[in-house]
Ligand binder design. Structure first.
Ligand SMILES: Nc1ncnc2[nH]cnc12
Ligand SMILES: [Zn+2]
Length: 346
């Protein structure tokens, strides 16, 4: 229906279209400038002498090489104000990119292991979420992620520490080092999360095999898969994901920076959409991977010639439909999306 919109208008359209972001680690939005400012404010020492030296270290060979530097960057976060400032900086940028709704991951174990309380993390983030709704008109919700390189016992204790703040987050996810830490390692903690009525997602099929995607669905009973790009290695799984309309939160710039794909031209987003999957575009860790949400859309569409305005519409619509927002909010946002595309029609 929108294929008639000229290719040269795509960048303008991609920027203007309303969209949701469903895969953003808030600690991955921490820009080097803010890392240095918070280090100074909190008297925390850093391993890098300057902002430029830190940024120069952002050359990753795989997920683990990134995670090592990402956890080091998060060490400057100590107070509620720090968590607020980090999330506020992200939400300000997202609102300027026509993101109407963001579902934001946070990694409490990264902070509680350093002696920062669960309340400090969650209340600081929640203040930014509430302020962004009031001052920027952007809707946001928090998703607590368990670190999969740690034990399930640690995840269970983390969940119990978060229960007093149950009203401040909508769901749980699973992130960090994927290989060697399969979803079934977290079966009991996800069962407890289901009892608590939390929404469930998990990273799977980023570096891990298609079996991790299957087990995230069958054992953890997740509602969305974060990344999931390796599903294409298992055609029966692709068929199932399409039939059951399981959303995939794909992160193109991340995938290239972490060498999941050699170049953006080799990314399989076009293949996922052609297979009828409910794929979405997301930024993952924008401060580390070279761009926020619109840059992900722009670079992907520039590199994949088969993607046109019809795909842009599908991706934006998928982002709303795959969100955990109310049906009324989804309908309102999709109406705004339709209005934007109508303006671009020849
Ligand atoms: N891309 C990613 N995969 C797994 N864990 C992460 N934590 C932050 N970004 C991540
Ligand atoms: Zn991620």
């Amino acid at each position: 229906m929108y294929e008639t919109i000229a290719r040269h208008r795509l960048p303008e359209l991609l920027r203007a279209m309303p969209k949701a972001e469903l895969h953003i680690h808030i600690e991955g939005s921490l820009e080097p400038e803010l890392i240095f400012a918070l280090a100074q404010r909190n008297h925390v020492g850093l391993a890098y002498p300057s902002i430029e030296a830190l940024r120069a270290a952002y050359a990753f060979t795989d997920l683990q090489s990134f995670l090592d530097i990402y956890y080091a960057g998060a060490s400057v976060l100590l107070t509620q104000e720090d968590f607020h400032d980090m999330a506020w900086a992200y939400l300000t940028k997202a609102a300027a990119e026509n993101v109407l709704h963001a579902e934001i991951f946070f990694d409490p174990q990264t902070h509680t292991a350093r002696g920062v309380s669960m309340g400090t993390v969650i209340q600081g983030l929640k203040r930014a979420v509430d302020r962004a709704q009031a001052e920027l008109g952007i809707s946001a919700a928090l998703i607590l992620c368990f670190l999969r390189h740690l034990s399930e016992e640690d995840a269970l204790q983390t969940l119990e520490a978060a229960v007093p703040y149950r009203g401040h987050f909508i769901g749980v996810g699973l992130d960090s080092s994927e290989r060697g830490h399969p979803p079934e390692k977290f079966a009991r903690v996800y069962a407890r999360c289901r009892e608590l009525g939390l929404r469930l997602v998990a990273h799977a099929g980023e570096e891990g095999p298609p079996e991790y995607i299957r087990n995230a669905l069958d054992v953890l009973k997740v509602e969305r898969i974060d990344h999931g790009v390796r599903c294409v290695e298992d055609p029966a799984l692709v068929q199932r994901l399409a039939r059951e309309r399981v959303p995939l939160t794909v992160c193109p710039l991340s995938n290239v920076k972490l060498c999941v794909f050699g170049t953006m031209a080799e990314h399989n987003l076009g293949q996922l959409l052609a297979a009828g999957l409910v794929a979405t575009v997301n930024s993952d860790d924008p401060a580390y991977f070279g761009g926020y949400l619109n840059q992900n859309y722009l670079d992907t569409f520039a590199a994949l010639p088969q993607l046109d305005a019809g795909h842009a519409y599908t991706l934006a619509r998928n982002s709303f439909e795959a969100s955990f927002a109310s049906d009324a909010d989804k309908a309102r946002w999709i109406a705004r999306l339709d209005d934007t595309f109508a303006r671009f029609q020849p």
